[in-house]
Design a protein around this ligand. Structure first.
Ligand code: IVH
Length: 699
């Protein structure tokens, strides 16, 4: 990096200087972090001083770029408790969707009818790739970047100015001099696919949870309270529309895009101005064909009525403009060969068949595994080893096998026989009545279950131990340094053995032991959730924690409840959301002596904090009407419902004007459309999770 900055400061244009200042600030704060933080510095002191000097020289030559709060001072200044709120001076809208050419034609017809244009009159549209990122609003005053905000709920977002300052593609000073005094530029923040892969690789190596897709990674980076972390990750920005403007000389979207470029923004180079629906659809096909070659994810093409006076007249309906529509891509499907079927044994012993595929590129991501769910699914789809299969990856969703290409089946394709013994521990794998899954009966005898339980135990919503991810758990198990959760809290006794492990080093062992110490004191609901009992998710764990208060009373109650005519049993099943099935799993768990022992052993090592019940009606979800639709990835429907209700929400089954939030999982269908029509706020599962996180950490 340093060697590339050969141009003397005196020869830099203002634009180059502005860009370099941003990049330098970013680089310096990354090094600051490495230097002051736990990590070792990446460069020598002399090199660091060189960067600082260059930054100062540029600021001397271009004082107007430095402003009174310079980048390097602002970056790193993390706001104390969360982000402050920003009220959008004009609401940030969402888009209605089109799924095929007919929907697009209907959109154009609606527009013409509304504007009283002749059916066959020309209608100019601007077609732009729909970037799969997060929208942001950037406010400029007299050409200087003064504030940046997330979309939030469309009316109120969060102030992420410090984080946006670290993005090189966001100009801090506009170019030219024809900008209005007040200018709000809107666009999409995104992470490139290659940067996403590299970030995930780093996280995996560090034992951190990986992001599901580039959009989540961008969101995660942007939501960092500490802007130096944002700076260390690569984010980009495409500008595509405006919010408040004190004056606007552009008369069309196409002109406005050109203006944005002249002011120093990046706009998407695949955007085009087209006349009419047929031309729009041709462009859509072109963009779709080139989609996997693009360095970033897109999920459709947005068509916007070009003329601003038309846009003005068309206005909006519910929360979407009448003058624009998003033409979504169907889930990308690709053919490949299914080479083998492996069985994965989960935390609760569930056996999940996984298809091993000849690696293929699906939308820019290499896919070599796909879930097959269970044995019935394999039979229903008649999937055989050696078959050509169609697979798809839709948004966040884990790749799936859609169907077999029967015409290509060879005589050597073999039927798969589901095992009746656990491939890891050889215990029988019975299938309970009415259940689709087989489960390994080995419990803690099964090495796979032991590993999965430990991974669950340290995961984010459980003990959340930094630096102890899947990879580290496996390594520690292998070396027999841990076997049960309690062993984690005794790891400090093995410091010497840990330090000599390849690639661990004194510093990282130190950090790990500190992270473990930090979790010795822990809330009761996290402990219950961490045990990994079947059907006991976060919400149920919280209910149990609130109902029983201490571990001793919980264990005593569950023990007593083994007799289903007891008062204890009645009390247990009477807890809201806990029915006979959940109670049975809880009782079964504690009835196994090795589980009982494991919990008591753990209790010796930690200091469990009782929960204070949140004052009823105090959470931001209190009284809100929530509907779930589609397939949720992170929790089952029952758990999602329970969790929402714990926070005071009312969960209903259908969308109406009274609905406050629709949480749309994968493959959300008609409910999502209806919600969009009614102007109900639609949250993705990630957004919903983020909201829960915020509420629970605020309480
Ligand atoms: S225009 C009033 N243009 O899509 C219209 N949005 O589903 C506001 N998006 O919230 C958006 N690329 O985050 C527009 N070229 C583009 C876009 C785009 C991506 C996102 C944006 C918006 C969402 C709506």
């Amino acid at each position: 990096m340093i060697g590339l900055r050969l141009k003397p400061v005196a020869q830099l244009s203002r634009r180059e200087a502005a860009r370099e200042l941003t990049a330098l600030g970013e680089e310096i704060s990354t090094h600051d972090q490495h230097y002051h933080g736990a990590d070792a510095p990446l460069i020598s002191d002399a090199e660091y001083d060189g960067l600082r000097r260059r930054l100062d020289d540029i600021k001397d030559k271009f004082p107007e770029l430095a402003g009174n709060e310079t980048l390097s001072e602002r970056v790193g200044a993390a706001p104390a408790g969360g982000f402050s709120k920003v009220t959008h001076s004009r609401p940030m809208l969402s888009l209605s969707n089109a799924f095929d050419g007919n929907d697009v034609q209907e959109f154009a017809d609606r527009v013409r009818r509304f504007l009283l244009l002749a059916e066959d009159s020309a209608l100019a549209l601007v077609a732009e790739p729909k970037i799969d990122g997060l929208s942001a609003a950037l406010r400029y005053q007299d050409g200087r970047f003064v504030q940046g905000a997330t979309r939030g709920d469309g009316a109120i977002g969060e102030d992420i100015t410090a984080n946006l300052l670290t993005i090189a593609e966001i100009p801090q000073q506009l170019e030219g001099d024809d900008w209005p005094e007040i200018l709000e530029v809107r666009g999409e923040i995104y992470m490139r696919k290659d940067e996403f892969a590299a970030l995930n690789k780093r996280r995996e190596d560090a034992g951190e949870k990986v992001f599901a897709n580039p959009r989540n990674a961008a969101a995660g980076s942007l939501r960092q309270l500490d802007a130096t972390v944002t700076a260390a990750r690569s984010l980009h920005f495409f500008a595509y529309s405006s919010g408040e403007m004190s004056t606007n000389t552009a008369t069309s979207q196409w002109q406005f895009l050109a203006q944005l470029q002249a002011w120093g923004f990046r706009t998407n180079e695949h955007s085009a101005r087209v006349e009419g629906v047929a031309a729009a659809l041709t462009l859509y096909q072109q963009v779709a064909a080139g989609r996997s070659e693009l360095p970033y994810d897109i999920d459709g093409v947005v068509y916007k009525v070009d003329r601003f006076d038309f846009q003005e007249r068309l206005g909006m309906v519910s929360r979407a403009p009448r003058w624009a529509i998003a033409h979504k891509f169907p889930a990308e499907q690709v053919q490949t060969v299914l080479e083998a079927i492996d069985i994965q044994v989960g935390r609760t012993g569930a056996l999940t068949p996984v298809a091993r595929l000849q690696p293929v590129n699906v939308g820019g991501v290499m896919v070599s595994n796909a879930t097959l769910h269970n044995e019935d699914e394999i039979r229903r789809k008649d999937i055989r080893i050696g078959d050509h299969v169609v697979i798809q990856r839709a948004g966040d969703v884990i790749p799936q096998v859609v169907r077999v290409v029967r015409e290509k089946r060879s005589a050597s394709a073999t039927e798969y026989v589901f095992p009746s013994y656990c491939p890891v521990c050889d215990s029988p794998v019975p299938r309970d009545d009415g259940e689709a899954v087989r489960r390994c009966s080995g419990g803690l005898v099964c090495a796979a279950q032991v590993a999965e339980r430990l991974k669950h135990f340290v995961s984010r919503n459980a003990f959340d131990i930094d630096g102890l991810g899947a990879k580290q758990v496996h390594a520690l198990l292998q070396d027999r340094l841990i076997e049960t959760p309690a062993d984690i809290f005794r790891l400090h006794r093995h410091k010497a053995a840990l330090t000599v492990r390849e690639g661990w080093g004194e510093k990282s062992v130190e950090n790990l032991l500190t992270a473990i110490e930090n979790r010795r004191q822990i809330a009761f609901d996290r402990v219950i959730f961490a045990l990994g009992i079947r059907q006991i998710g976060q919400a149920t764990a919280r209910l149990l924690a609130l109902s029983y208060g201490t571990l001793d009373s919980l264990i005593a109650a569950v023990d007593a409840a083994a007799d289903d005519s007891s008062q204890a049993y009645l009390e247990l099943v009477n807890i809201d959301q806990i029915g006979a099935a959940v109670a049975a799993d809880l009782i079964r768990f504690f009835q196994l002596p090795q589980n009982h022992q494991m919990v008591l052993d753990l209790a010796q090592e930690i200091d469990i904090q009782e929960l204070a019940a949140p004052p009823p009606g105090q959470t931001p979800l209190a009284g809100k009407v929530v509907v779930f639709t589609g397939t949720l990835q992170t929790m089952g429907r029952a758990e999602a419902k329970a969790r929402a209700e714990t926070l005071g929400a009312k969960v209903t089954g259908s969308v109406s004007a009274k609905t406050d939030y629709l949480i749309a999982g994968a493959d959300a269908g008609s409910k999502a459309r209806k919600a969009a029509d009614l102007g109900v706020q639609i949250l993705s599962e990630d957004e919903w999770q983020a909201m829960l996180q915020q509420i629970t950490s605020a309480n």
